[in-house]
Design a protein. Structure first.
Length: 91
């Protein structure tokens, strides 16, 4: 069975010096059988950065990509979340 790899772009409400706290909150709301594969940062403007989060989900779970995006939007300090890429893998 394959997996689904998804990249989310998470916009903070304000300029942050470190995303460490946000990363912990993201990992705390991960669905069962899912994992964070990595993080990145993307400059937006005037010191504002977005956090890029790559997550792997099991392929057989319907609706999990949108459900997790909704969970991310509920995290305190998050202004907006965008699903940037969804890709199926065979591993």
């Amino acid at each position: 069975m394959g997996t689904i790899k998804v990249v989310y772009k998470v916009f903070p409400e304000d300029i942050v010096a470190s995303f460490d706290g946000l990363k912990k909150k993201i990992e705390a709301c991960l669905p069962e059988f899912s994992s964070v594969e990595g993080y990145g940062e993307e400059p937006i403007a005037f010191g504002l950065k977005a956090l890029l989060v790559q997550v792997t989900f099991p392929e057989d779970k319907t609706g999990i990509v949108d459900e997790f995006e909704t969970q991310l939007e509920k995290i305190e300090g998050v202004s907006q979340v965008q699903t940037m890429m969804v890709r199926r893998t065979s591993r």
